[in-house]
Design a protein around this ligand. Sequence first.
Ligand SMILES: Nc1ncnc2c1ncn2[C@@H]1O[C@H](COP(=O)(O)OP(=O)(O)OP(=O)(O)O)[C@@H](O)[C@H]1O
Length: 494
Amino acid sequence: MPSTVLIVDDEKNILLTLQTSLQLAGYRTELAASGQVALDVVSARPVDAVLMDVKMPDMDGLTALARLMELKPELPVIMMSGHGTIDTAVKATQLGARDFLEKPIARDRLLVALRNALKQQAMLEELQALRAEVGRYDMVGSGPAMQRIFSLIQRTAPSEGRVLITGENGTGKELIARALHQNSKRKSGPFVKLNCAAVPHELIESELFGHEKGAFTGAVSVRRGKFELAHEGTLFLDEIGDMPQAMQTKLLRVLQEGELERVGGAETLKVNVRVIAATNKNLEKEIEAGRFREDLYYRINVVQIHSPPLRERREDLPALIDAFLKEACTKNGRRPLSLSPEALAVMSAYDYPGNVRELRNLVERLAILCEGPVVQGQEAAELLPRGKGVVPPSAAPSAEASTPRPPPLPVPMAAPAAPAPGSGFRPRVDRTFREQVEDAEREIILFTLAHTQDNVTEAARLLDLERGHFYKKMKALGLRRGAEKDPGTSGGEG
Ligand SMILES: Nc1ncnc2c1ncn2[C@@H]1O[C@H](COP(=O)(O)OP(=O)(O)OP(=O)(O)O)[C@@H](O)[C@H]1O
């Protein structure tokens, strides 16, 4: 899409000459005969750059420049003057002008200045976007599920094929979309995102297609839609399953014809956009229920990439935790933290209904709250939702641990061969009476088994319990025998 340049000069001849030069070079132009008109145009219509004379009646160019910078601080403005002094040029630069041209303006010099200003602007915008997204591009994980995703990204990204990314919230769908863009031929173009579930139904059309001034109440100026903004780049439509049906029909037309009109506008705009969509819904079910257009589904679903929930790819947990821990420590200005084996075991046992997003938040909390330098199992357990944090005794305490060993937590499926947690049971206020009695019973059994080297008969004898009753108790508490052990070698209790 050609850039629009606003030319501001009180001399009509100059306006027309510059307009011709710029149009021949492929730019769209807007004209303003005064500083005030220029301000009106910029607040009403999309303008990519301004070329403005210094000497004008009513409002001189430098005053207009200062006002423009207040209105749109990032707008590239090139000043021009027939009586240019160094002083004026310095003032213009201080006010935010990107370049200063002397009249009469040489066409080549003008085009170079304009190209540089627009390029610089594009780079600044890209840098800003990158800064905002810092740390969000790198996809961590090397398990089979991630390998499959990486391979699909590699094969799909260079094509122009539309991609539908499916998966629960927080599984990394947006990250996949960004990776597809970054690895595509469009990577120097924009990546634009619209979350269809976050925009009120009545506004989604203008978000996507833009609107003309006065198209509806509140449309005080022209606005480009996401499709226009994504021209020659990628448009990521998140939560597409939430797109209203009327809008699905309009989207289908753009996907088929590559054309659209802004809301309230008559001009047909051609756009060259690759659409990547994502959903946490089962779109086939949505089609059956009559909520999603089947023809749109086939248009967007040329290639499908599924991002499985974190609980189905636990093998990636250590690498993800490590990456998020490093990131959070740097962000919060603290020395690097590491996880004790107990803490890692606690975090690996949790199901993460909020997926990688939840893990990332939990790790950031760890980085803020833990004293460190090694996160203990108890600290990790306390971070998880109530009742979800358990410290398996099989996880050995870290040698680097600087804090005293915390009291042990309940053991859901522990092999008696594991080291006994010791007699550290203490009453707590965050578990019920019954849970705490069971915690104590577990401790007693594990402690005794450790003492008898897993000899169940001997442990039952020491506790004055029937052997059968002892077994039942173990089962009820979720404990199992050292299954890998041959009963004959573990003390002959079998
Ligand atoms: N493989 C990964 N490596 C590193 N970070 C990840 C990974 N997957 C997800 N994340 C991080 O988890 C968070 C959620 O990811 P993202 O927004 O891509 O998920 P989503 O599936 O698009 O979520 P939603 O459906 O809610 O929009 C982000 O902070 C992202 O950086």
